[in-house]
Design a protein around this ligand. Structure first.
Ligand code: DGY
Length: 323
């Protein structure tokens, strides 16, 4: 009997262990054979899955992303075509919270500027740039989910106060003594605003000139979510004009940031290359979660981390066994 075919997207991060695991249950092929595939392994960068892509892959039943974010996937289109889509939620909470905390700490203590100061031979000439204490400062978390909670625990250990905005109160707010505020109130209150919200139609470009103008001139800005949540030009102006004190960014728009990009000329911007989840252990876990979702799907079982569970409901209604 022929084995189901699973295609691995070109350039998507993957671990040999994940490929081998899928290989125990399916024929693993490269993405150029996606037209034959029942399953597709991808990540949050590659490929862009839209109607045109899916037209080239008429046999697809399952797509599993080795990522938590999935703004490269047209989930509604997958659902319309009866394709189950899963992400790897739960696989990277601590790793991303570590980087979020590291960036908060770095921006408060002007680490990027200090490192540049040493590199530029300024050490012998005077005082290094001074930063600010985390203790007693207020961290404003925009998008309080599991990563936000893990970050808030780290920040509380440094003596920070926590405020957050979400559409709803989070049930865990008491665990970290976090206060729910509106978005505008958070911008006015926080000494550091950190973005943890996913990129959606609602959050795209939610930080522009108006929002940076509401922040305190002494406040910092950190983004570990998605670059497109921020209007890059507005952020550049706010930093260059010292309307805010500094920024630390794990994500940017565009991404990758070209070496000649104006943001890179700013001493008060610390930029790292989207490495929130980039540890060997976490990336392998993300990869294995995607592999397990694919295996469940090709065995006709529900995907453990299904995103569009509506596909099951419509399959049940129509009596179809496609998923
Ligand atoms: C994700 O999983 O969405 C991350 O951004 C990848 O690092």
């Amino acid at each position: 009997m022929s084995r189901p075919v699973v295609a691995f997207a070109k350039g998507a991060w993957q671990y040999p262990s994940a490929r081998a695991l899928v290989g125990e249950h399916a024929e693993v092929v490269e993405e150029d054979r996606v037209a034959e595939a029942a399953g597709l392994y991808c990540d949050s960068n590659k490929p862009r899955v839209d109607a045109a892509y899916l037209d080239q892959a008429p046999l697809l039943r399952i797509i599993a992303s080795a990522s938590v974010g999935y703004d490269n996937i047209d989930v509604a289109e997958c659902t319309r075509r009866g394709i189950a889509f899963s992400n790897s939620r739960g696989s990277l909470t601590q790793a991303v919270a570590d980087v979020a905390y590291l960036l908060v700490l770095s921006v408060f203590r002007h680490f990027g500027e200090g490192a540049g100061w040493v590199r530029d031979g300024k050490w012998p000439s005077g005082d290094a740039p001074y930063g600010d204490d985390l203790e007693g400062s207020t961290l404003g978390i925009v998008g309080m989910g599991a990563i936000g909670l893990a970050l808030a625990k780290r920040a509380r250990a440094s003596g920070m106060r926590i405020v957050y905005c979400n559409r709803h109160h989070t049930p865990n707010e008491t665990e970290v003594d976090a206060r729910h505020l509106t978005f505008e109130a958070l911008l006015r209150t926080a000494d550091c605003v950190i973005v943890l919200t996913p990129l959606t139609d609602e959050t795209r470009g939610m930080f522009g000139r108006e929002q940076f103008a509401l922040m305190k001139p002494s406040a910092y800005f950190v983004n570990v979510a998605r670059g497109k949540v921020v209007q890059t030009e507005a952020l550049f102006e706010a930093l260059a004009g010292r309307q805010i004190a500094g920024a630390a960014l794990d994500v940017t728009d565009p991404e990758p940031l070209p070496p000649e990009h104006p943001l890179l000329s700013l001493p008060n911007a610390l930029i790292v290359p989207h490495i929130g989840s980039a540890t060997h252990q976490t990336r392998e876990r993300m990869s294995l979660y995607a592999a397990r979702n694919l295996i469940a799907g090709i065995q006709g079982k529900p995907l453990p981390q299904i995103v569009n569970s509506a596909v099951y409901e419509s399959a049940a209604r129509s009596g179809s066994s496609r998923v």
